[in-house]
Design a protein around this ligand. Structure first.
Ligand code: GLU
Length: 479
């Protein structure tokens, strides 16, 4: 049977970066194994689940390119529906089957009675597992009578008291000792099932072969194994990936900064960088490659390469990864991205040659696409003269006014909109040979004249990108 994996978000908020990482790992595993990636919506928490959050989470998954093969919008009739709220009949059908087979029972105990039972057990120091009368098999006939009379009951699962073993792809051999869990409700008296139960029914009936999810679900797995066993179903393979932690080694939370994907989107992180960085948080490339697209690794992604220890979320590293993706991006793609940004009218109006030259220069040392128009504004378009002490000193040298006069006359009569590198070289030569200025006074004097600054990027790159008009204004400001 080919592999089938799922990402099963609860639509109770934005897509968390930990969730995005889980989705990504499932996606990569499906690609690697030519399997199917299913999107299932776990919306049984009726109060907190909202369709709006489902849409937002799906939008974020799409932005990341984590496209599912099956889901609410792409149903396979064999497995649909894909929203748990639309599968209540299925849960009830198997709930009744579990009652039939003696693995579960109707429980009419009220919340208040449950509370009182718990308190009493606590006082006696006894174990607090459910031990009500409805657990007794002889109560079944009475339960059926009450149900027939229209009374509502929860369905409670009879938890076997024995050890359970799990062979987890990340955590290795896990033993759940007998007595860890008592009988637990699988369907509430209002007909709404609980997570551990629907998860099993869905994974089973959707033929899910591998469950890749966060380590926070490791404790749930024992209940799920019990239900598989009771159904006579084969449990899928499990890989519980380690948690994301902040620099203080605590579970990643809002305290550590933005934790939802949409906030990174708004801050112009690239989806390919997010996929790259999230992949590295818990998985390592066999050749220790750091920068890759998800397409580069889908052939080598292996769930046995997950790290068993927690992954430290490091925003600085994420920014660096983002910068590396800008660096390796084609100029065509980068041009399109930059042009979507506000304040890029000047950029848009330039020739393709100019854009390519500007990007070749700036993509080397930015972390974000938004840094590019910022640097263009600061270094190419700004006519502001910042009178630093260093600039004052350069202007005070006796050679500098000569340079300003000469370059100013060249710039005044310059016919093209940009100064060519060849002309810049000629001017430098002239200053050197005809005006007799060399070394520091030459380079700093020319820089101060053309840029109005005492330092900055290589003039040979910068000046051919700067409109002559801007240089004229700068020189006026210096005089
Ligand atoms: N709805 C669960 C969650 O969002 C899914 C857990 C699972 O993958 O089994 O955590």
């Amino acid at each position: 049977m080919s592999t089938r994996v799922r990402f099963a978000p609860s639509p109770t908020g934005y897509l968390h970066i930990g969730g995005a990482r889980t989705a990504l790992y499932n996606y990569l595993f499906a690609k690697k194994t030519n399997g199917t990636f299913v999107l299932r919506i776990e919306d049984t928490d009726l109060e907190r689940s909202k369709r709006e959050y489902e849409e937002l989470q799906r939008g974020d998954l799409k932005w990341l390119g984590l496209i599912h093969d099956e889901g609410p919008d792409k149903p396979n009739p064999k497995y649909a529906p894909y929203r748990q709220s639309e599968r209540l009949e299925i849960y009830m059908k198997y709930g009744l089957q579990l009652i039939e087979s003696g693995h579960a029972y109707y429980d009419f105990t009220t919340d208040a009675e449950l509370e009182a039972m718990k308190e009493a057990a606590q006082e006696e120091g006894a174990d607090q597992h459910y031990n009500g009368i409805w657990k007794k098999p002889e109560m079944h006939a009475e339960a059926l009578k009450r149900i027939a009379a229209g009374e509502k009951a929860a369905i409670r699962f009879r938890a076997p008291q024995k050890d359970y073993q799990l062979k987890d792809h990340v955590k290795g051999d896990v033993t759940y000792p007998s007595g860890m869990v008592g009988d637990f409700v699988i369907i509430r008296s209002n007909g709404v099932p609980v997570y551990n139960y629907c998860c099993v029914i869905d994974d089973w009936t959707m033929d899910i072969t591998h469950v890749i999810r966060g380590e926070d679900h490791l404790n749930n797995t024992v209940r799920q194994l019990m239900i598989y066993e009771a159904l006579g179903a084969k449990a899928p393979e499990f890989a519980h990936v380690s948690l994301l932690i902040g620099s203080d080694r605590q579970k990643l939370s809002k305290r550590h900064g933005a934790t939802s994907v949409n906030l990174y989107r708004e801050e112009h992180y690239l989806p390919e960088a997010m996929n790259n960085y999230l992949t590295l948080l818990g998985w390592s490339h066999p050749n220790e490659v750091d920068i890759f697209d998800k397409e580069d690794i889908q052939g080598i992604f292996d769930i046995d390469r997950f790290s068993a220890s927690s992954a430290m979320y490091d925003l600085e590293k994420f920014k660096w990864v983002n910068g590396q993706h800008i660096k390796k991006m084609s100029n065509d793609k980068l041009i399109a991205l930059v042009e979507e940004l506000p304040g890029t009218e000047f950029f848009k109006a330039q020739s393709v040659e100019w854009k390519n030259a500007a990007l070749d220069r700036y993509k080397q040392d930015v972390h974000f696409t938004t840094d590019i128009p910022k640097l263009i504004n600061e270094q190419i378009l700004s006519t502001e003269i910042e009178m630093t002490d260093a600039l004052k000193e350069i202007l005070s040298w006796e050679t500098t006014p000569k340079i300003i006069d000469y370059i100013s006359s060249q710039v005044e009569s310059y016919g093209a909109p940009f100064i060519s590198e060849a002309d810049l070289n000629n001017w430098m030569d002239h200053v050197k040979k005809e005006l007799g200025v060399k070394g520091k006074p030459l380079f700093q004097g020319v820089r101060a004249t053309l840029t109005g600054h005492d330092h900055g990027p290589d003039l040979k790159v910068l000046i051919p990108l700067t409109p002559v008009e801007v240089i004229r204004t700068r020189i006026k400001g210096l005089k």
